[in-house]
Write a protein that binds this ligand. Structure first.
Ligand SMILES: Cc1ncc(C[n+]2csc(CCOP(=O)(O)OP(=O)(O)O)c2C)c(N)n1
Length: 447
């Protein structure tokens, strides 16, 4: 998309975000205003989505890890054709609205995962990217690829400070999750002030040492952003991080670059001054026609993308009938009915042994079951005999070696579950098998 249109879209996002926060009299305008340029490039030129079917299986996943910047996501969803109206945006942060303070997956069409606790959206994105590699290896056949998508995640300084981001990103690098693209909102501001108060590591070196592909751009320069995302997409044997140098609260004459724009309304006067500075209408919740017409064209684009995928799937069905049947069960989250071993009451079996037997039985019956452990496999008996270890050389491995990264494991599992198509489990404290599903299937013999 051309530079002028991208700029108009970005400024509309800024205006809507400022207005939403101002009307609610609470919220976070800084992140949306700072990342508006990156977001408009991503949605206009790269993201594969069908706004009329947000659950389309082969869509790219987009996660806003810094959930506090939710007005960015809501503005994007509204503009690009999802079922989120301008009136919904005016209801920001109101009880039972479709636009809660932080994005909630069950409340808003187009929200991929609930975010807010910093670092967790990022680890969910790692899980989603992992799920894509597994399902692609299992189902793609030659040129016919029913599973082929990228996972994009926006994460800020706070996300990268959180310990869970270290676990998840180290895991992603080790497993060469090449279709994961992290757009890092490097604005060097958090709530307390400048990041130099508490954060001084070299993020580039950190991610290089995790085996990531590292790129740096000016996050307000469309040409640089486009070039970097293109490069990141091409690098398929490593995840990519694009360090986007941005200005928090971009456009606000008195608050940009300052922590004051992070988490409070800018104030009626400042909102007006900002709109004047950006050269846009001062009218509340104003969306210029030329912007809306362009962004709404993604409705037909999305429908076309999904229709093409459906057509390929028909071909796939004829050529690979058995695989298709499995794939179709996978994507439809069909009911899972299974039998589990029964143990005599009063016996003296260790719970981890009983659990191991149950896992063995389940792994033989549930094709989409994904096991794993944070380095306690032999002790907690989490690996079924038929499971093989996942690695970049064995992408069909259905047992994940998480390493000693329990928190990361939780976030990654949530990402795998919410990606849909797979049922991850791991063992907690040797007591209970925890299975996670996006849509809980009905399970006969649930324990
Ligand atoms: C786990 C967790 N701890 C604390 C918070 C509270 N919190 C919300 S935003 C924020 C600062 C985030 O800074 P940054 O990621 O740089 O966001 P920006 O200032 O760019 O909007 C904090 C501490 C949170 N949401 N989650």
């Amino acid at each position: 998309m051309d530079k002028t249109t991208l700029k108009n879209i970005a400024n509309t996002i800024r205006a809507l975000s400022m207005d939403g926060v101002q009307k609610a009299n609470s919220g976070h305008p800084g992140l949306p205003m700072g990342m508006a340029d990156v977001a408009s490039v991503l949605f206009s030129d790269f993201l594969k989505f069908n706004p009329k079917n947000p659950a389309w299986f082969n869509r790219d996943r987009f996660v806003l890890s810094g959930g506090h910047g939710s007005m960015l996501l809501y503005s994007l969803l509204h503009l690009y054709g999802y079922d989120l109206s301008l009136d919904d945006l005016k209801e920001f942060r109101q009880w039972h609205s479709k636009t809660p303070g932080h994005p909630e997956v069950q409340d808003t069409p187009g929200v991929e995962t609930t975010t807010g606790p910093l670092g967790q959206g990022l680890s969910n994105a790692v899980g989603m990217a992992w799920a894509e590699t597994f399902l692609a290896a299992k189902y793609n056949k030659g040129d016919n690829k029913p599973v082929e998508h990228y996972t994009y995640v926006f994460a800020g300084d706070g996300d990268l400070q959180e310990g869970v981001s270290h676990e998840a990103c180290s895991f992603a690098g080790h497993n060469k999750l090449g279709k994961l693209v992290l757009l890092y909102d490097s604005n060097k501001i958090t709530i307390d002030g400048e990041t130099k108060l508490s954060f001084s590591e070299d993020v580039k070196k950190r991610f290089e040492s995790y085996n990531w592909h590292v790129l740096k751009v000016n996050g307000h320069n469309y040409k640089e952003i486009k070039k970097a995302i293109k490069k990141a997409k091409k690098q398929t044997d490593k995840p990519s991080i694009i360090i986007c140098k941005t200005i928090i609260g971009y456009g606000s004459p008195n608050k940009q670059g300052k922590e004051e724009s992070h988490g409070a309304p800018l104030g009626v006067e400042e909102v007006e001054l900002t709109k004047q500075q950006l050269g846009i209408s001062i009218e509340d919740f104003y969306v210029p026609d030329e912007v809306f017409t362009k962004t709404q064209s993604y409705i037909s684009k999305g429908e076309k993308l999904e229709a093409e995928w459906q057509q390929e799937l028909e071909k796939y069905k004829t050529e690979n009938p058995e695989l298709f049947e499995n794939f179709s069960k996978t994507i439809n989250n069909n009911e899972i009915v299974f039998n589990i071993p029964v143990f005599e009451a009063g016996g003296a079996m260790a719970t981890r042994i009983a659990s191991g037997k149950v896992i063995d039985a389940l792994a033989n019956q549930i094709d989409s079951l994904i096991g794993g452990s944070a380095d306690l496999t032999p002790s907690n008996k989490t690996k079924a005999a038929i499971q093989t270890s996942y690695s970049p050389k064995n992408r069909q491995g259905n047992y994940i070696r998480y390493g000693v990264r329990e928190f990361g494991m939780g976030g990654i599992m949530n990402g795998i579950a919410i990606h849909s198509g797979l049922v991850p489990y791991r063992l907690l404290t040797g007591q209970k098998v925890i299975m996670q599903t996006a849509k809980i299937p009905k399970m006969a013999g649930m324990f």
